[in-house]
Ligand binder design. Structure first.
Ligand SMILES: *Cc1c(COP(=O)(O)O)cnc(C)c1O
Length: 360
């Protein structure tokens, strides 16, 4: 039996995608072998990778002057690759600190360039985002990095920062493809696949051409955007199975009506869940400021730690799994990425109602 899996990542995948992969696992398109066993240099696999890229370009409306790279090393690898490719040791890079993931990106960047933290929402315990008008990018900065959706805190920017002329760099690991965005506002977008795209082990980097080719000496070849772009992300053996599943997810998203349709569905899912949290005043509550509540990762609390344990245990028995908050923050967290059906959210809300009647 499949459960409703609210894990933050690796996360639930569309059932249709898993069934398709299952159906062709032993014999991929008449090749007599699994897609995992096929050469990445074969014509069939190159066509698969090209199709995955063109579907992603179509879904996100990626302009032609951007390269799409399929890399490894996770989003964490990009915490390193970004300053190595876009800054030198004398450069200033602006960072916005809205929580756990931006903090990690900042720590890593400090090893490679001068980091200016433009805004740090520590005063609210990272339950807010800075006001758009308060952001004053450093003139001449190499780039401005931010985390549009903080996966652990459940804090999501309701706006795209105005970086002036500075290239805007966004860690979209947990929000990519969740709604339409204007890619042309960004210099670089990156996302680990295991939240909204596919299996862990693949990271997607969308980077504007003028930012490619400036990697500092000593940058590992596999993270040098110019080298990877030149080789069509196949400088070494790419994560072939991850690219295959990502391609199936992109095709599934297109069948759902693309990011506009899925964005509308995501908005409805999030609204319903927050309504259930807020309406249960005195029992469930949200630690995040109302104007920046994430559509993808919804943290909530109950009145006591004992009730937390009971909530997660009973929910799991009801087929709703992985609702524990991140180990660093506690509480509960429901991650409701693209692949979480509306029905999963409705089942969770019904369970929350039951639990409150029983323990509230
Ligand atoms: C999950 C996540 C990461 C880390 O991804 P890895 O692939 O484990 O390196 C980084 N940033 C955000 C916003 C995430 O959600």
């Amino acid at each position: 039996m499949r459960l409703f899996n609210f894990a933050a990542g690796p996360a639930t995948l569309p059932l249709e995608v898993l069934e398709k992969a299952k159906s062709e696992l032993l014999d991929w398109r008449g090749s007599g072998m699994s897609v995992m066993e096929v050469s990445h240099r074969s014509k069939a696999f190159i066509m698969l990778a090209e199709r995955a890229e063109s579907d992603l370009r179509e879904l996100m409306g990626i302009p032609t002057q951007y390269k799409v790279l399929f890399l490894q090393g996770g989003a964490t690898g990009q915490f390193t690759a970004i300053p190595q490719n876009l800054a030198n040791s004398e450069s200033v890079a602006d960072y916005i600190n809205t929580g756990a993931w931006s903090k990690k990106a900042i720590v890593e960047a400090k090893r490679f360039c001068k980091v200016n933290v433009l805004a740090d929402e520590a005063a609210s315990n990272h339950s807010t985002v800075p006001a758009a008008s308060s952001l004053k990018p450093t003139p001449g900065a190499a780039y401005l990095h931010y985390t549009p959706n903080e996966t652990i805190g459940g804090v999501e920017f309701p706006y795209v920062p105005d970086s002036g002329g500075t290239p805007l760099v966004a860690d979209m690991s947990s929000t990519i493809l969740s709604r339409p965005i204007d890619v042309s506002r960004f210099g670089l977008i990156y996302a680990g696949a295991q939240k909204n795209i596919g299996p862990a082990g693949l990271v997607i980097v969308i980077v504007r051409d003028d930012l490619i080719g400036k990697a500092r000496a000593g940058t590992p070849l596999i993270w040098d955007y110019a080298a990877m772009a030149r080789e069509g992300s196949m400088l070494n053996t790419p994560p072939t199975f991850g690219i295959y599943i990502a391609g199936l997810v992109f095709a599934w998203l297109k069948r759902q009506g693309g990011v506009t349709a899925i964005g509308e569905r995501n908005r409805i899912k999030a609204e319903k869940l927050y309504a259930a949290i807020i309406d249960s005043s005195g029992f469930y509550s949200s630690p995040v400021a109302p104007d920046c509540r994430s559509w993808m990762n919804v943290p909530f609390t109950v009145p006591s730690p004992d009730l937390e344990k009971a909530f997660c245990a009973e929910a799991a028995k009801a087929g709703l799994t992985n609702l524990e908050g991140h180990r660093s923050v506690g509480g509960m967290r429901a991650s409701i990425y693209n692949a979480m059906p509306v029905e999963g959210v409705e089942t969770l809300i019904a369970f929350m109602g039951y639990f409150q009647r029983r323990y509230g």
